[in-house]
Design a protein around this ligand. Structure first.
Ligand code: PNW
Length: 477
């Protein structure tokens, strides 16, 4: 058993996101985001709920910060709601002082704790979607996003040392503009009664997101970095891959292709300067090309790599040609291999089965492919099958989640100590139960139970203590 030590200043803590916890969607001048509107569309959210109240963090942020301190966290990754700060989002639209003040107060309350704000965790101002299609219109969108980021950087200055531009562009693009399961619900699937073109839109959206990320990083480096002393990066999600038939070279090859379609799609342009060859091969001219100016902006635009990670999948290549709607690399994602071995135990999330060793392997894959970048794990966690139906006493004894964190955090520490991955922080998803997007409140991811019928009161679960204990034991010198 290796001695799993982490540096004393390892930045560990918890993550949340604005729409999932804040509530108060129309208070103090906030306007709708695409998620407010999406939630009002019948049939989109499993339990018909929305983020109108959520954890009521807009009013209870002091309790959240007290909770973080109680748990011993060194860092908090939260997100800023663009439509709270600039309700209609655009570069000529007015700034909402009251909305901005919420984040000023939150950051002041966090004070010495590691403060890691995310500029964008999916809640695009609805007005920008209606005006010009949001990220579907690169030229308009980039200018608006840059102005929003400028307002934020000017406000927070040197109080913030780690900025993140985007959370999971894969989810924004694929779930929002191809599958249609997330806002704004675009898809080619006419049965879902939505608009969109899944053959084109996802690739365009990501090109806009990457260029806008590049522009904002350039602005930060040119105008703020020196005086404020911070770092800036993007957060990418990605899960581990295993061949469905380990003796079939085509399944083995498909595994690599899956990582390219889900991770290298973003990280290759950022670290190497272009989209992966496998994507160009399958998508041809539907995949945008970087102009020289865009290439210069995007390449080298990460001070650190933000990694969100949850699980693994078995991968089986497809024998037929890829369809125009395919976004995965012409392969199937499966939860059992050829012999019927599952990835791991079931959780409440259909896509999530734990496989802790995959975490270490993927950290190494990223570190090797991109030249050992500084990394932060900006989300990792699990739901728990049937948790919402359990009596509260049982929810608070979440052994399954505690075990998940023990296994995953150990796997991460192995990646750091044995594989020498330069990972400097870890944030568990999530500080507390919250609005789990299309799954509503039936799926809980928190290390803290939120009593939605009891005034949103917070009660730490066993897993909260486990995470604190693990880092307490490991972060010694
Ligand atoms: C992440 N998938 O989303 C998000 O960043 C969080 O806001 C969210 O609450 C958390 O994971 C748990 O779901 C994902 O289908 C949503 O592969 C779906 C997938 C992956 C990540």
């Amino acid at each position: 058993m290796p001695d799993l030590k982490l540096p004393k200043n390892f930045l560990w803590g918890y993550a949340t996101a604005s729409y999932q916890i804040e509530g108060a969607p129309h208070e103090d001048g906030r306007a709708d985001s695409i998620w407010d509107v999406f939630c009002r569309t019948p049939g989109k959210i499993a339990d018909g709920s929305n983020g109108d109240v959520a954890c009521d963090s807009y009013h209870r942020y002091k309790e959240d910060v007290a909770l973080l301190k109680q748990l011993g966290a060194k860092a908090y990754r939260f997100s800023i709601s663009w439509s709270r700060v600039i309700p209609h989002g655009g570069r000529n639209d007015p700034i909402n002082k009251a909305g901005l003040q919420y984040y000023v107060d939150l950051v002041d309350e966090l004070h010495a704790n590691g403060i890691i704000p995310m500029l964008f965790h999916w809640d695009l101002p609805q007005t920008l979607h209606e005006r010009y299609g949001g990220p579907l219109n690169q030229n308009e969108y980039v200018q608006d996003y840059v102005r929003y980021a400028r307002v934020i950087f000017e406000t927070f200055g040197s109080k913030v040392k780690h900025w993140i531009t985007y959370n999971e562009p894969w989810c924004i693009s694929i779930l929002g503009y191809s599958v249609g399961q997330f806002a704004p619900g675009h898809t080619s699937d006419r049965e879902k009664n939505a608009i969109g073109d899944s053959a084109i839109e996802p690739w365009k959206v990501v090109h806009s997101l990457l260029v806008s990320h590049g522009e904002v990083v350039k602005m930060y480096r040119d105008e703020f970095k020196q005086k404020d002393g911070g770092q800036i990066g993007i957060t990418l999600n990605g899960d581990w891959v295993m061949p469905w038939d380990k003796d079939d070279p085509l399944d083995v090859e498909a595994c690599e292709r899956k990582l390219e379609f889900s991770i290298a799609w973003f990280a290759d342009p950022i670290y190497k300067g272009d989209y992966p060859a496998s994507m160009r091969k399958q998508l041809g001219d539907r995949l945008p090309k970087f102009t020289e100016a865009e290439h210069a902006l995007v390449k080298g635009s990460n001070d650190f790599y933000g990694m969100n990670h949850y699980c693994a999948n078995y991968i089986r290549h497809k024998k037929t040609d890829a369809t125009a709607e395919d976004f995965a690399g012409n392969l199937d994602l499966l939860l059992e291999d050829k012999n019927g071995t599952p990835v791991g135990p079931e959780t409440q999330s259909p896509w999530l089965q734990p496989c802790p060793q995959g975490f270490r392997k993927l950290m190494k894959w990223i570190s090797d492919r991109y030249g050992r970048p500084i990394m932060y794990i900006t989300e990792n966690g699990t739901s728990l099958k049937g948790e919402n139906d359990m009596p509260v006493e049982q929810i608070l004894e979440d052994d399954f989640r505690a075990q998940y964190f023990t296994d995953y955090i150990s796997a991460m520490a192995e990646a750091v100590t044995i594989d020498h991955v330069d990972c400097r922080g870890y944030m568990a998803w999530s500080l507390m139960d919250n609005f789990e997007w299309a799954e509503g409140y039936e799926t809980r991811f928190g290390v803290t139970y939120v009593d939605y019928n009891g005034g949103q009161k917070r009660h730490p679960k066993k897993s909260a203590k486990t995470v604190a204990q693990l880092f307490g034991d490991m972060c010694r010198e």
